[in-house]
Design a protein around this ligand. Structure first.
Ligand code: FAD
Length: 427
């Protein structure tokens, strides 16, 4: 289908109500238009393909090809570089809308978009020398052109199975400085888009011979998927988010030129310390899943679900109470999440950081809690694989496990940081 034909098809779609209506949440016209575009795209293009990729645990690459046609691979690329120029909040709102239609596509899109969001609008708020900034802008423009023009897709493997992805120790994947670049060696687990991405945005530790590994020396490198020494290994047959195809990546003496740096030396460490909301970017997908579980329940109980007999179940008081409880939980979750993505910035206050942990915790736990209640309330036929609810239930289970801000780590940090100021100790 040509881009023009696709645009017409998108325009003809019946569009669901927005999760965050522009007037109620004071969105700009641009935000309202972008989120509506993504919502239409999700419903028309992505939703019909979701069940098959979930069943087969295959990556929905055709969604990414179609996103390229719609400019959505370039959502957060600055307008000066040919992108749509969306900021952090706009990305989060757009991804929440897409998450309603396919969790796996949206989580994978998050990995791709973050490579542009972190190197783009987020990096623009961080400190760099004028020389580093000029070099960074030159280098990122190369990555951006690949995405804007060629539809290149970026993955974001940082997990290694240990404490590094929790932000506690340096990454075990290392980049040894050599003439003109680095030699990368290591292993990444759970790499969404493995085998389908064109580039892996690898977080690794720059370490010269004899030097101690330090988190301060974290490098963010765009490694070509076809570079000699990169292999994808292991199988992929998980409970949920099956379409992400998050297999293991091995890097064996992979030469990566210096120009492949997605951030200058020291800037990733600065981002992780000064822009902590960068780690809340996994939550929009699950915010969308929470909305989808609620919307499904209302349609189902009203007897309005497409493809199902028009049998109403809404007259039972127990079901009405369950829907009320789901709505309350959804509204609470949306409220704290919207607040957290709105106040995301460099150097947030302690309260803003605690709120971000609380928002992440709420989304990741409540998305699954709402899906659990949806199944219990709708009843047996609602969990058949011919309907999306059981997929939403399985996908939503994954959110609380995602590092660096797992639900457990959020609880741990909120408790500790509420009770202790920096440097405080007990006798
Ligand atoms: C569907 C899906 C897609 C994913 N996609 C990606 C991706 O694209 N890129 C990516 O990098 N990762 C991805 N992940 C990985 C994810 O972010 C986590 O890294 C992964 O789920 C952790 O698995 P684990 O068994 O190693 O976790 P765990 O064993 O729970 O944690 C690993 C380590 O983290 C530390 N840790 C864990 N909990 C605590 C705690 N409470 N307090 C202190 N330290 C703690 C410990 O050192 C622990 O050994 C994905 C995960 C899923 C489920």
């Amino acid at each position: 289908m040509t881009a023009a034909a696709k645009a017409i098809a998108l325009d003809d779609t019946h569009v669901d109500a927005p999760m965050f209506p522009a007037d109620a949440f004071r969105l700009t016209d641009e935000q309202a238009a972008l989120t509506e575009k993504v919502r239409r795209f999700g419903k028309t293009v992505v939703a019909p393909r979701a069940a098959k990729h979930d069943r087969d645990a295959t990556f929905p690459i055709e969604n990414f090809r179609d996103m390229h046609g719609e400019g959505l691979l370039s959502l957060c690329i600055p307008k000066a570089d040919g992108g749509l120029g969306a900021d952090f909040q706009t990305y989060c709102l757009a991804a929440a809308e897409l998450g309603r239609y396919c969790g796996a596509t949206t989580l994978s899109w998050n990995m791709h978009v973050c490579s542009t969001l972190w190197s783009g609008p987020l990096a623009d708020e961080l400190e760099m020398t004028p020389e580093d900034r000029a070099m960074h802008q030159k280098r990122r423009a190369v990555h951006y052109q690949r995405i804007v023009q060629d539809g290149a897709v970026y993955a974001q493997p940082f997990s290694e199975g240990g404490a590094a992805a929790a932000g506690v120790i340096a990454f075990g994947t290392e980049a040894k400085p050599v003439d003109g670049g680095f030699l990368v060696n290591g292993k990444k687990i759970f790499a969404s888009l493995s085998g389908s991405a064109d580039y892996y945005g690898v977080l690794c530790t720059e370490r010269a011979e004899g030097e101690a590994a330090s988190r301060r020396n974290t490098l963010y490198l765009g490694v070509p998927a076809n570079a000699p020494g990169v292999t994808v290994t292991g199988d992929w047959d998980p409970l949920g988010m099956r379409g992400t195809v998050s297999r293991t990546l091995l890097f064996k003496d992979v030469f990566v030129p210096e120009d492949a740096m997605l951030m200058p030396h020291g800037v990733y460490f600065q981002a992780a310390s000064r822009w902590p909301h960068m780690f809340i970017t996994l939550s929009p997908t699950y915010m969308g899943l929470a909305q989808a579980a609620y919307d499904f329940t209302v349609s189902y109980l009203r007897g309005e679900l497409p493809g199902m007999p028009p049998m109403k179940r809404r007259m039972f008081p127990t079901k009405q109470i369950a829907v009320a409880e789901m709505r309350i939980m959804l509204e609470q979750t949306k409220a704290i999440w919207f607040q957290a993505i709105t106040e995301a910035r460099a150097n947030p206050t302690k309260d803003q950081v605690l709120r971000a942990y609380a928002a992440q915790y709420s989304v990741m736990e409540n998305a699954n809690a709402i899906a659990v209640k949806a199944i219990r309330t709708c009843g047996g036929q609602a969990m058949l694989k011919s309907l999306p609810l059981e997929r939403i239930y399985r996908d939503s289970r994954c959110g609380a496990l995602m590092l660096p801000w797992t639900a457990e780590i959020c609880v741990d940090r909120i408790g500790r940081e509420a009770l202790y100021e920096a440097g405080e100790k007990d006798e």
